[in-house]
Design a protein around this ligand. Sequence first.
Ligand code: MRU
Length: 366
Amino acid sequence: MGQRIPPTVAWSDRMGGTVRMIDQTRLPGELTMLDCRDVETVARAIERLSVRGAPAIGCSAALGIALAAHRSEASDLDGLLEDLESAHERLAATRPTAVNLFWALREMRRVIDARAIGDITRLREQLLSRALEIVEDDLNRCRAIGRNALELIPHGANILTHCNAGALATAGYGTALGVIRAAHEAGREIHVWVDETRPLLQGARLTAWELCEEGIPATLITDNMAGYVMKRGKVDCVVVGSDRIAANGDVANKIGTYTLAVIAARHDVPFYVAAPISTVDYDLASGEQIPIEERASEEVAMLGHQTEQAICPDIAIFNPAFDVTPCDLVTAIVTEKGVAGSPYERSLLNMRDSPNDSDEVGGIDG
Ligand code: MRU
């Protein structure tokens, strides 16, 4: 990301500990920081999408637990553990689909469970240090995903992406946009088709903004134009992020992703998913079991973040935030450990169990 842009979400020691994040609801018009001084503010920021994108939600939750520990007024360990438990519950209730949230909370719980008996100060330090590690690891993972995807992105490629899986959706660099950034940095002279991504326009507001900041050639289209540009042979591959991947390789991502995958299959356009291993939910056999968040009808009724009534006030509204793309429509899943191909049950398991980043774990021919 360009020099002048602050981290998506970070810890600040100011005022006894603060979680500082970019308020993404104000972008691209204003680059405003939101300082969260308690867990409730972090939770609301996740719910209202001030911070959004699966890995960034996970990082925020981890920092939220560290914040709860720092802000707790408990004088003994039992009191602190009670405060941490309610922080955990509140954060876990924010958004149901992105598994990175639950992964990060589990990581923080591990620190709590392994605590030194009775030592509150030490536990506070350990929680902060694990949260900072989660944030830093996320950035490194995104860079590794970008490197691993280079083999899939040819010189001059036209890449279509949906929603925002960029630096703003992660600790930095991005997953799908990390792939795009890495190709650009490698001098591949790519061009990006940016789906606007209704209802909240993460593509038009956030991905477009990141690409313009980076000087990566890009063109914005409305969601319903993707089929047309593919039919005209103007798309070489689709690259998207994910909120949760089932053990069989079914992929939950922003609503509209499934439609894109179907159109891509129709036009023989490869459909790639870029995500860290922490996005894979090995406990779910298939995407059928992934909980899909439904959000407020106002998001559909308004355009972008405008508040005036833009559509018929009497119509019923359905607003699922995500959909699930079946694994047979996914050409490959790129993680920090390599490129996984079908059958995903096997390649994703191999990937989880392989010790090193960027190992060969069953390429896209299986
Ligand atoms: O509702 P959002 O904006 O949180 O949805 C975000 C997405 O769907 C992203 O594509 C996904 O979280 C991957 S982000 C690296």
